[in-house]
Ligand binder design. Structure first.
Ligand code: NDP
Length: 296
């Protein structure tokens, strides 16, 4: 059996189309344009790429994009001042501070300074608590994208065994909360988990968010399981030429594809869904701010 490929690129395009249609209606009927402010401190090359891509896609769905690029030596006070201004700005519905921040800045202090209603990354402590207690929250984009793909692939997730490998605050933990919210029986595995292959083999839904190339082996996967590979790892690719690299996930894709029922590729799986969900969150934040009906 060869697994169905879950096409995140195509799915993300449909999410963006829906967002764009909703934005167009908001502009026409209400005269409101959702706005996303992205703050980049320093010149980390990977962050530069993400910020550029976010700005382009924001404009692509008809929203306003506000980019704030600050030098690496920006002080905490300067950054907090900017966040306070963005919190007060009626044209800004979503605020994203690109992580990681330079080491002299306290990430948690900065994230918790964002108005929770504008926290489109869903990292503010109040959104984390709301998600954990089943209240309306801003949900972190990567796990939200994973959940959307799982629902699309499997329909009702109730009662399924889900194993999430990874317990980070940005992926593993919120992913587990979302699956619990959909009534899965959830196991969170991590670096201290005993007999990880056996734990993974119990999963109807296996989410890998580890950050280790090709870590999850084919024989860790229950036949027919749905596998979501969150990992983005760059490895040498001498076959493409000297010094060349390529992206792989946390799952040994070639082996897993022979066992799983469905699987996300890397690239082209979870990655594209993350920015699409950021746009969806910004639209939701805008609708909530104005008391408009929320997108489905
Ligand atoms: P973190 O490094 O914060 O967390 C990794 C998790 O994996 C930790 O909980 C760690 O356990 C666990 N882990 C590490 N080694 C093992 C092991 N040998 N066995 C079991 N568990 C292990 O990473 P992130 O959650 O931020 O990201 C995970 C991956 O997802 C990365 O490749 C990242 O690039 C990618 N990513 C992709 C995104 C996308 O848009 N597609 C967005 C965000 C991340 P412990 O806690 O015990 O140390």
């Amino acid at each position: 059996m060869t697994a169905t490929l879950i096409d995140g690129t195509a799915f993300a395009a449909t999410v963006r189309e829906k967002v764009a249609a909703h934005v167009a209606r908001l502009k026409e009927v209400q005269g409101v344009t959702p706005g996303l402010a992205v703050v980049l401190v320093g010149d980390d090359p990977a962050s530069e790429v993400y910020v550029r891509s976010k700005g382009k896609q924001t404009v692509g769905v008809g929203m306003n994009s506000y980019e704030h690029r600050l030098p690496a030596e920006t002080s905490e006070t300067e950054l907090l001042d900017l966040i306070a201004r963005l919190n007060a700005d009626k044209d800004v519905h979503g605020i994203l501070v690109q992580l990681p921040l330079p080491s002299h800045l306290d990430e948690s202090l900065v994230i918790n300074a964002i108005d929770p209603a504008k926290d489109v990354d869903g990292f503010h402590i109040s959104n984390v608590g709301r998600l954990g207690t089943g209240q309306k929250a801003m949900v972190p984009c990567t796990p939200l994208g994973c959940l959307m793909m799982l629902r699309d692939q499997l329909g009702n997730l109730s009662g399924l065994n889900a194993v999430v490998i990874g317990r980070s605050n940005i992926v593993g933990k919120p992913m587990a909360q979302l699956l619990l919210g959909d009534s899965c029986t959830v196991t969170i595995a991590h670096s201290r988990t005993k007999d990880l292959p056996d734990v993974a083999r119990r999963a109807d839904i296996l989410v890998a968010a580890v950050g280790r190339p090709n870590f999850v082996q084919g024989d860790w996967i229950k036949p027919g399981a749905t596998v979501i590979d969150v990992g983005i790892n760059r490895i040498p690719a001498p076959e493409k030429g000297e010094g060349k690299t390529r992206l792989v996930g946390d799952v040994d894709f070639v082996a897993a594809r022979e066992v799983a029922g469905a699987i996300t590729p890397v690239p082209g799986g979870v990655g594209p869904m993350t920015i699409a969900c950021l746009l969806a969150n910004t639209l939701t934040a805008c609708c909530r701010a104005h008391g408009f009906a929320e997108p489905e």
